[in-house]
Ligand binder design. Structure first.
Ligand SMILES: Nc1ncnc2c1ncn2[C@@H]1O[C@H](COP(=O)(O)OP(=O)(O)OP(=O)(O)O)[C@@H](O)[C@H]1O
Ligand SMILES: [Mg+2]
Length: 320
């Protein structure tokens, strides 16, 4: 993927400043991610702290939008000035692909960290935004559940491995595979917040029951309580009667978890992921990008209002 560039209007938006107030600083026709970051540092335009959060996108059902939503959410948070790490947990390597990379090009994945004790810092890669890093995945990750099985403290491997690097990031986003196993249990144990992308159909609706039972047993048996659980309806098409009925069922049964912002069905969104480009790069004006932005604006105040799991309150300041 070519490195993204931004117009001065987009830069002002990303910095969270009125365009007029920084007109004198914005002299170029376009800006690279690194130039936006330099300008942010120069103007001290860092976003308010969210505490240091780890956020998991999980649904045991396949194809509900975990990868599309997690990568575009993480990408946009980085554009808004947060230091973000995406951890690709899926041996399909789709999150890696959505960022414009091929998983097979990397020698090391999270498997090396969880099973072979490589330091986390050795597997972290740089993306085309200076403040967005990622842990790639490829087919070798498909053996991770089996390899974890005989290990002592096997549910806590990911949480412990992240300790080395977590102070460098405002947000760590995990893209989970559609399975029910030790790796996803590790991700749940490492996470502060859970995003559950669902499609507005009744199969997705029934799958939620298993997920919520798992979360409940985590609280009871492993003493891990999530700060936030957000259900996100994805790929919604209001012209389908069944979709509207499924949405109503979600509103009835999960009112406390269901986010009011819905991600509409969007061909450009699907096309962007297949081309390995975040939707905010491929088409920032698309329904997909608009809806993810709305989701972020809905979620950020809730995260800021909640208790901060991390310790640092000074906001995002680094990139490397
Ligand atoms: N809002 C949307 N509008 C249109 N297509 C979408 C939308 N969200 C996701 N898709 C498409 O649906 C398919 C599944 O999405 P995605 O890969 O994000 O789901 P997933 O839950 O990560 O899948 P898996 O369970 O295989 O990991 C992809 O082809 C993606 O491009
Ligand atoms: Mg996926």
């Amino acid at each position: 993927m070519d490195a993204p560039t931004y117009s001065s209007k987009q830069v002002a938006e990303m910095l969270g400043l009125p365009p007029k107030s920084i007109a004198s600083a914005l002299k170029q026709d376009s800006y690279t991610g690194a130039e936006v970051w330099a300008l942010r540092a120069q103007l001290g335009a860092f976003p308010p702290s969210l505490g240091r959060r780890k956020q998991l996108f999980l649904n045991f059902k396949g194809g509900t939008g975990k990868t599309s939503l997690s990568t575009s959410y993480a990408w946009r948070l980085a554009e808004l000035g947060y230091n973000v790490l995406i951890v690709d947990l899926d041996s399909q390597g789709h999150a890696t692909k959505c960022l414009g990379f091929e998983g097979e090009d990397f020698d090391k994945t999270l498997l090396n960290v969880l099973v072979r004790k490589s330091p986390m810092s050795e597997v972290i890669q740089k993306s085309s935004l200076p403040n967005l890093h990622f842990v790639p995945s490829n087919l070798t990750m498909s053996t991770v559940d089996l390899a974890l099985m005989p290990m002592a403290g096997r549910e806590f491997k990911l949480r412990n491995a992240l300790k080395e690097v977590e102070a460098q990031y405002d947000i760590i986003v995990f893209d989970a595979p559609p399975s029910f196993g030790l790796l996803n249990l590790n991700a749940l144990m490492a996470a502060n917040d859970l995003f559950v992308p669902v499609l507005a159909d009744f199969l997705s609706f029934h799958g939620l029951k298993l997920l919520f039972e798992t979360v409940q047993s985590l609280e009871e048996d492993l003493n891990h309580v999530l700060d936030h659980v957000f259900i996100v309806v994805n790929s919604f098409n209001a012209t389908f009667k069944l979709a509207k009925e499924a949405l109503e069922a979600l509103q009835t049964h999960y009112p406390e978890y269901l986010l009011p912002t819905i991600i509409r069905q969007c061909t450009k969104f699907a096309q962007a992921s297949s081309e390995g480009r975040p939707v905010f790069v491929a088409d920032p004006g698309s329904k997909g990008a608009t809806d993810i932005e709305a989701l972020i604006q809905n979620v950020l105040p809730r995260l800021r209002a909640g208790s901060a799991p991390g310790t640092d309150d000074s906001g995002a300041q680094r990139a490397g």
